[in-house]
Every structure is written in C-alpha cells, then in structure tokens.
Write a protein that binds this ligand. Structure first.
Ligand code: PHE
Length: 323
C-alpha cells in the first residue's frame, strides 16, 4: 500500500512536468499500457492472499482512475495553452506596448475633403506628378509667355517634362480619356521652386475638382462649394466669391472664408474656359462645367491652427503624434 502511494506521487509529478502531448502519451504507456506498471500490478493480484486481495484491488482501481484523470486533465491543459512558449518568457512582466502608427495630418485632411465630395457624387481619380508642358500649361490655355511657365516657377526635367505645378493637369487627362458627363476629384502633390519658409514649400498638395455636363452652371459650383465649406468649417462659416483670373476658367473667382473678422483666401474656381474644352476635343457648344483647386496644407493649417507649413514635412513625431 505504501508503494502504491509512492507510485501515485510519481505519476503526479511526471504528469506535472510533461510539456507536450507526446510525453503525456509516454507516461500513459509506462503506467497504463499493456506492459505498464499498473497493468502488471493488476495481473499480480491473483497471487495475493485473498484476505488482502480485496483491499489491494480497490486501491489499484483508485490509482488507475486517478492516473487516467490527471492524464486527461493534462491533455486538456496542453490543448488550451499556447504551444512552444519560450521558457525564458515571463508572462507576469508588464507588456511592451507596440508603437501604433497613424495617418499623416495631410492624408487625414485629404480623406476628409474627398469624403464630402464622394457623397456629392464625385469620383476620386489620380493623375501623374511628372507631366508634359501640354497638360500643365498649353491645354489649360496658359500662353507661352505666361510667367508661371518660367523656369523660376516650374521644375523642368532634362528630358523636356516637368513636375506638375498644379493638379489642373488632371482635368486635361480625365477629359482626354472620358466622355462627359464627368464629376471627379483629384488629390495629389504639386511642385514649385519656391524658397521654403513658414508659408511656402517646394512641394505641397492640392485637390482639383471638375464637373462637366450639358448645363453645369456657376450656381452649381456655388452650391457644391457651399455644402463643402460648411461641412468642413461648420455652419457659421461665411463665404465670399471674389472676381479673379485664371487662363483655364472664365469667369474665374477666388473663394474666401470668414469666421467673423477678416477674410482668408481658400481656393480658386470658375467655369471651364471653352478653349480648354477645345484642347481636349470636347465641343464647347455641347458641354459646360466648373473646376476648382484648393491647397490642402492651407486648409489643414486653418483647421488645426498650424502656423508653419514646414511642420508637415519634417517628420517630427512630437508634431505628428498630435493628430
Ligand atoms: N490651378 C489653380 C492654382 O493652382 C487653381 C484652380 C483650379 C483655379 C481650377 C481654377 C480652377 O492656383
């Protein structure tokens, strides 16, 4: 009986040490298998004196069911425990929090703006950053002697291309490959060789909008911009349409916004100039539409109260983490 008690302790501690299904099975074979320790003890029962046989038999049966149940419990524990835990891993130590990334404030602003236009039925489209003179200037009705074509105002490549200085290039690309009606919005980078300071960067982002149909009027433009600016800046925003000139729109306006004191210039817009329709092969007598272009950094700066455009491009995490 003392031996049986020792045997129970032995089984208990071996099962406790087992760390995978395979070693549990080995333990089972050792004690309960066909030639296992317990099995042999059962076989020897017959040669025990009848007086002790009954008591011994009961003890053996108890040990057998004890062994079966610890093995079963162990298998269940192994199935729920993650396998292959590094023994050096201490699950009681406080965790190491991973650095969670987030979207850049410019990306957030672009998405916020595009969201509004998508709900107004506009489709988000892409253009390219390396462009031709045709798409950046000529097709947009910008004459050869216009100052913006100057090398001081546009980055030219060695091979006769350029880095687009405005997203209006996407108007041309879209109209060249599609037929009206058209309702698109095109976010992207633009480049200008400006000296960098608190309000200038040689690269920034614009969003271009273009809507063309049979009779898309200036009041459609006003309606769309009205919905957009209220969504972006709240119901109390005031808007002002100031006459302006762009070669590719006629009439053209600059749109200013105000929260009370003073006006802030926000975007350029106007009715697409017939010369632009002609350049892309649309018949200006059949279609009309509007276009607008806005600076993303400018809007982000207004919205978040940021005073220096360079903050967007320095990748300083102390700045970026605030968004
Ligand atoms: N492309 C103009 C700019 O960069 C903005 C604009 C777009 C104006 C579309 C009118 C229509 O300033």
């Amino acid at each position: 009986m003392t031996d049986l008690h020792a045997l129970q302790e032995e089984i208990k501690s071996r099962v406790a040490e087992a760390c995978d299904v395979h070693s549990v099975e080995q333990i089972r074979i050792t004690y309960l298998g066909r030639k296992g320790t317990l099995t042999r003890l059962f076989q020897k029962l017959g040669s025990v004196k009848p007086a002790q046989r009954r008591e011994l038999g009961q003890a053996l049966n108890a040990l057998k069911s004890y062994s079966e149940s610890v093995l079963r419990d162990k298998l269940r524990d192994l199935a729920t425990e993650p396998e292959g835990l590094d023994p050096a891993f201490d699950p009681t130590l406080p965790g190491v929090r991973p650095c969670v990334g987030r979207l850049h404030p410019i990306t957030q602003t672009i998405r916020m703006i595009c969201d509004v236009f998508v709900r107004l039925g506009f489709e988000i489209v892409d253009g390219r950053e390396v462009e031709t003179e045709f798409h950046n200037f000529t097709a947009l009705n910008i004459p050869l002697d216009h100052p913006s074509r100057d090398a001081f105002d546009t980055f030219y490549t060695d091979t006769g291309g350029l880095l687009r200085s405005q997203t209006s290039t996407v108007q041309i690309r879209q109209m060249q490959k599609r037929k009206p009606p058209l309702r698109v919005i095109a976010p992207g980078k633009v480049f200008r060789p400006d000296a960098v300071d608190a309000s200038h960067s040689f690269m920034f982002h614009q969003i271009e909008g273009l809507m063309v149909d049979r009779d898309t009027t200036f009041s459609d433009l006003k309606g769309i911009l009205h919905v957009f600016l209220r969504k972006l800046f709240g119901k109390n925003i005031r808007m002002r349409y100031r006459p302006h000139f762009f070669p590719f729109t006629e009439p053209s306006v600059e749109v200013d916004v105000s929260w009370g004191k003073g006006w802030l210039e926000l975007l350029g817009a106007g009715q697409v100039d017939p010369a632009v329709f002609q350049a892309v092969g649309y018949d200006p007598r059949q279609v009309q539409g509007f276009a607008f272009g806005l600076g993303v950094e400018r809007i982000a700066m207004l919205k978040y109260g940021i005073k220096d455009i360079r903050l967007f491009f320095e990748n300083d995490l102390r700045f970026l983490r605030q968004f």
